[in-house]
Design a protein around this ligand. Structure first.
Ligand code: FAD
Ligand code: EPU
Length: 293
């Protein structure tokens, strides 16, 4: 059968027709027609360069923990599968972008390094965490970020330290067309007992406030400045509201959960409804935190 992609793209390890229900934590969406899984930085660069040369749009998928996929995706999707290796040099630890964020938090804690305890309950990859500038409990990725490596839209490798204006609340300049390859976090020496106590405290707080027993994508909307989207949704009386099998969590208003077999359309409709209701009651237009594909 004739395929649409050039041979150098097809030389990169890839899979066909993978359902997004298996690629995302929310568990909805259509099919990922072309999932490219580079195992080396050279393959990742070859992917971006081939797409740039052909003028092909593409997307990058990490752990799929901040994504609502609405249908099939026909353009190439890249998900890095780099060697799972963290390297410590003094107070700095490097990790590839495909490394698990929670695992990195656990590994640096085991090294007696403090600073990433806040990430102990944030799923997904460190690349996704960099793109999202993920955070919790008053800290975020940029606070511990020493350097990061990424490919520009043309496929050129850049390594740099973060600069003012490049990261803000749940946002980074990486946008749609920069592929993060890895990062280095800078931490401080810590007392292992205190590090573990902080991790346990954060896990406990999450366990009591977030619906971790249902498939979800974390908080759906960003917090408006000085406000909590969860509280606004709660005060609008929306907790427990359902569209099909998609539900506003009774535990946390900003978590929409999949009760089992929910569809992407149900989540899209539930998000629209929540936004409209919050606008009507509070006069605030909530902005999605999740990426919508
Ligand atoms: P994905 O969901 O795969 O992708 C998210 C975005 O990042 C997409 O735009 C994607 O293109 C981009 N991206 C992914 N990898 C790369 C890469 N290598 N280079 C460039 N761009 C890339 N988030 C928080 O901030 N704080 C929390 O406390 C938190 N708690 C959560 C709790 C639960 C139970 C869940 C399910 C989610 C939670 N989240 C939280 C949301 C989510 O875990 C984070 O946003 C996470 O950092 C996303 O990483 P990911 O690898 O899953 O990214
Ligand atoms: N609240 C309610 N009702 C609710 C939910 C929350 O009244 O249904 C109240 C809480 O009682 C609390 C306040 O709102 O007084 C804030 O709630 P919470 O501590 O749960 O924090 P949040 O603002 O809802 C943010 C992040 C989370 C992160 C936590 C912990 C955003 C959008 N959310 O949630 O990040 O884990 O703080 O730091 O910034 C995510 O980004 O996906 C995410 C889960």
């Amino acid at each position: 059968m004739q395929h649409p992609w050039p041979d150098d793209l097809l030389a990169i390890p890839h899979r066909r027709d993978v359902p997004f229900s298996r690629l995302t934590t929310l568990g909805v969406g259509g099919v990922c027609r072309w999932l490219f899984e580079p195992e080396t930085e050279a393959q990742a660069a070859a992917f971006v360069k081939a797409c740039a040369r052909e003028g092909l749009p593409w997307r990058v998928l990490g752990g799929g923990s901040n994504l609502v996929v609405l249908g099939d995706v026909d353009i190439p999707v890249v998900r890095l599968k780099l060697p799972r290796e963290v390297v410590r040099r003094g107070l700095e630890v490097s990790a590839p972008a495909s490394f698990g964020h929670i695992r990195l938090s656990t590994e640096v804690a085991a090294m007696g390094l403090s600073g990433l305890e806040y990430a102990s309950g944030i799923p997904g990859s460190v690349g996704g965490a960099l793109h999202m500038n993920a955070g919790a409990y008053g800290r975020e990725m940029v606070d511990v970020l020493a350097r990061f490596r990424f490919l520009t839209p043309a496929g050129d490798l850049v390594e740099k330290s973060p600069e003012p204006g490049e990261f803000s609340y749940r946002w980074s300049f990486l946008g749609d067309r920069h592929l993060a390859l890895g990062l280095v976090v800078r931490l401080v020496e810590g007392d292992p007992a205190r590090i573990n106590a902080l991790v346990e405290e954060y896990r406990g707080r999450r366990g009591t406030s977030q619906p971790l027993d249902r498939r979800n994508a974390g908080c759906i909307f960003k917090n408006p400045t000085g406000q909590s989207a969860g509280r606004l949704i709660d005060q609008a009386g929306l907790k427990g509201f359902r569209v099909g099998q998609a539900e506003v969590s009774p535990e946390h208003g900003n978590f929409l959960v999949n009760l089992g077999g929910a569809t992407a359309t149900e989540f899209r409709d539930l998000m629209t409804l929540v936004r409209e209701k919050v606008r009507e009651i509070h006069g605030i237009d909530l902005q999605p935190e999740v990426e919508i594909w």
